[in-house]
Ligand binder design. Structure first.
Ligand code: AKG
Length: 297
């Protein structure tokens, strides 16, 4: 459960980091499962239903940037999202009834882990109300050096920014020059391994390349109040219902006045946020090395 000041901080800024939510035993199990998955990626040469691969991935040097839907891939990830400690925090922030929208595990390997450009998750999956957040489980000690996610406090109360590229197609990234935001005010979500960040679906966030020699794993669960219905449709209704984690299901959406832009026409580069964002302008796509700006693929 959260204290009142933690709840207030989330309401004011759009994000909080709570240490010690993931126990050490489960974290080690997750790391073991993850190591086996990365090992298994040696047999894979293109993105598929499980793997999103870094540029330069090969059988000799496996480079995985995302495990897609980890809650479907291994029970350790499915079990943790139902753990009482996590559910209690979700109910504090979203209400009694909570449904999983989706999950992903973003990996940033030492020195080449891909950046994620500034965006709002809301631009990808608008709903009938915005009682939705992403849970970020830190599988490693997480610092700015190994690619901690940054959030721009208070932006969850502002507009929904344009996430379309110059060709008019959705690209999952804001134009850092046109949006008028001061990114120097962004705050990193840092914490020791086992900490968990919670960020509001509308808060602007992104993360830089991992320039350190420490890996950074971030297990993300997108969680919605059960009465928030996705405007792009529920897809398979049996699957939708099976993702209710606590409380009671409903077929009566709660609608609130929220700024919405649809992610349409769909991104030309499908597959993952990394693919979508290749069509947009880059902010994090450069690293400073020895005073020189170097483009990151
Ligand atoms: O991995 C990260 O640092 C950011 C993840 C994120 O924002 C996303 O995948 O939508």
């Amino acid at each position: 459960m959260l204290s009142q000041s933690q709840k207030d901080h989330y309401a004011d800024t759009g994000a909080i980091v709570v240490p010690g939510v993931l126990d050490e035993f489960t974290r080690k199990r997750m790391k073991t499962v993850l190591a086996a998955l990365v090992e298994g990626s040696r047999k894979v040469s293109a993105h598929d239903d499980v793997y999103d691969l870094e540029p330069g991935h090969s059988a000799d040097e496996p480079r995985v940037r995302r495990i897609k839907k980890p809650h479907v891939v291994d029970t350790v990830f499915a079990d943790f999202m139902r753990s009482p400690k996590l559910i209690a925090i979700l109910q504090d922030l979203l209400g009694e009834s909570v449904r999983l929208h989706g999950s992903k595990l973003n990996l940033k390997a030492p020195h080449f882990g891909s950046p994620v450009e500034w965006h709002q998750d809301w631009a990808f999956y608008p709903h009938t109300n915005d009682d939705i957040l992403a849970v970020g489980v830190m599988l490693d000690d997480t610092t700015v050096a190994n690619g901690a996610m940054y959030v721009l406090p208070g932006t969850h109360k502002g507009p929904t920014y344009d996430h379309h590229g110059p060709d008019g197609y959705f690209c999952g990234a804001m134009d850092p020059d046109a949006c008028g935001l001061d990114f120097s005010k962004a705050v990193p979500c840092e914490g020791p391994a086992g900490s968990v960040s919670f960020h509001h679906v509308r808060v602007v966030h992104g993360s830089a390349q991992n320039t350190s020699d420490q890996s950074r794993g971030l297990l993300l669960y997108e969680m919605a109040a059960a009465d928030a219905f996705p405007l792009m449709g529920v897809g398979n209704y049996d699957d939708f219902r099976s993702r209710l984690l606590c409380g009671t299901e409903t077929i009566v959406p709660r609608t609130t006045v929220v700024p919405i832009r649809m992610p349409l026409p769909p991104a030309k580069n499908q597959g993952s946020i990394y693919e979508n964002q290749t069509a947009g302008k880059r902010y994090f796509g450069f690293v400073e090395q020895g005073g020189k700006k170097t483009a990151v693929a």
